[in-house]
Design a protein around this ligand. Sequence first.
Ligand SMILES: Cc1cc2nc3c(=O)[nH]c(=O)nc-3n(C[C@H](O)[C@H](O)[C@H](O)COP(=O)(O)OP(=O)(O)OC[C@H]3O[C@@H](n4cnc5c(N)ncnc54)[C@H](O)[C@@H]3O)c2cc1C
Length: 463
Amino acid sequence: MQYKKVSDNIIQELGKIVGGENVLSEDIEDYGHDETFLLKPVLPEVVVKPKEREEVSEILKLANREIIPVTPRGGGTGLSGGAVPIYGGILLSLERMNRILEIDEDNFVAVLEPGVILADLYKAVEDRGLYYPVYPEEESGFIGGNVATNAGGMKAVKYGITRNYILGLDAVLPNGTVIETGGKYVKNSTGYDLRHLLIGSEGTLAVVTKIILRLIKKPEKRCFLIPAFDDLEDAIGTVPKILKEGMLPTAIEFMLGAAMRLCQDYTGISLPIPDVANYLIIFVEGRTEAEVSDLAERISTICMGNGASDVFVVDTERDMRNVSEVRSKLGFAIKELGSIDIGDAVVPRSKIPEFMRMLGELSEKYGLLVSGSGHAGDGNVHFAVIGVGMEEEEFMKISPDAFRDVFKSSVSLGGTISGEHGIGFIKKKYVPIAINEAQIDLMRRIKRVFDPNCILNPGKIFD
Ligand SMILES: Cc1cc2nc3c(=O)[nH]c(=O)nc-3n(C[C@H](O)[C@H](O)[C@H](O)COP(=O)(O)OP(=O)(O)OC[C@H]3O[C@@H](n4cnc5c(N)ncnc54)[C@H](O)[C@@H]3O)c2cc1C
């Protein structure tokens, strides 16, 4: 596709739409990357910050007329390069569309603009005794970015993922047309559900401008359980046993002892747990103290009956914060080890030990450290390929092949290549491992229907 450059005239036209102060072509380095590891930044030609849906529509009409690429951007916390403007053009930052339009306590619904920061959303609803339970961890991400990536996070075991909470979306198509899907209701059998096509489409089909979000009642009490296991199979084997008993903790994470040590060293936080080979981190929530302690006790009994040497209960606010902090810093801690790249493959949760064994074999095959941890409750293994003490140039010669083999392994076990981070442009070369040409072709044709001039986030998910 041949795109036009952003000329002075176009910059003036953009200024008329959003105001000159919201059109930037200098000091825009922050808009050239997201949080993807090893990503080389690519700067847009211009950054535009609309405040209203109509402005988004006018910007897209202009870009579509002139054939200029437009990359939507939320909080820039993505891990697959989705918000990186690889063809230059216009970077459409949704940061000024950050209003919480309504919190409807009767219908358990929040109506939001896409630029609402997750941390603000959690606070606003929890102040009213309500809860948005999807927790993709990085609280500086925007709700619009979460919709576009169908973000998940550790609480998916109990509560599900972003898709399960979207009642309606307003969006602007690449030609500027506005569509409004869904509403403040749960049931909807009115034709194709375009809302679900837009969720997870990574800004390639439309720009999301309003989100109608389902909320639930806030669980007031919580605690962490940290069972310690010598054997990984025992640890992972405990997960289905807990679930089969009808117990539903909010999150079940697994972490190798080495990773736990690394994170404690990195954060300087020492958790009151022994040094063992494997841990589960189980998060329990409930309406009352009695409900939480009953569930915690029953889960602990199952863990002890399945090879845990001990189960540590963490129930003070300070210690729970420490556990969250230690767990969440794994990505940063392993960065210190050398050149590193990360991914989030998925396997059926019973296959996690086999997948971990395969990662061990790949370590030997490539002379790299390939290891995983993550969401044991839903099979989403966050893996890292690490060239310990290795220069980036040398690492880059080997790591794509190692990555390819990791994804082949997850797919061979009945899984897929990304559970929550999305494809962006970083992982698109691996997509054919997971889905066949007929599906990719169907996706391409859907893209063409929405965006015949291919101006919206081109080069993402597939070429
Ligand atoms: C430390 C860390 C931990 C993380 N943990 C998790 C986790 O547990 N689970 C998880 O799911 N993710 C996780 N992430 C990844 C990231 O936070 C999510 O992908 C998040 O959904 C990205 O939101 P964002 O607003 O930053 O989007 P961005 O990175 O700005 O954009 C992501 C994609 O969405 C598109 N987009 C953004 N806004 C819109 C819009 N309004 N309309 C259309 N398209 C749009 C962009 O074009 C891009 O393709 C983590 C990231 C970090 C840095």
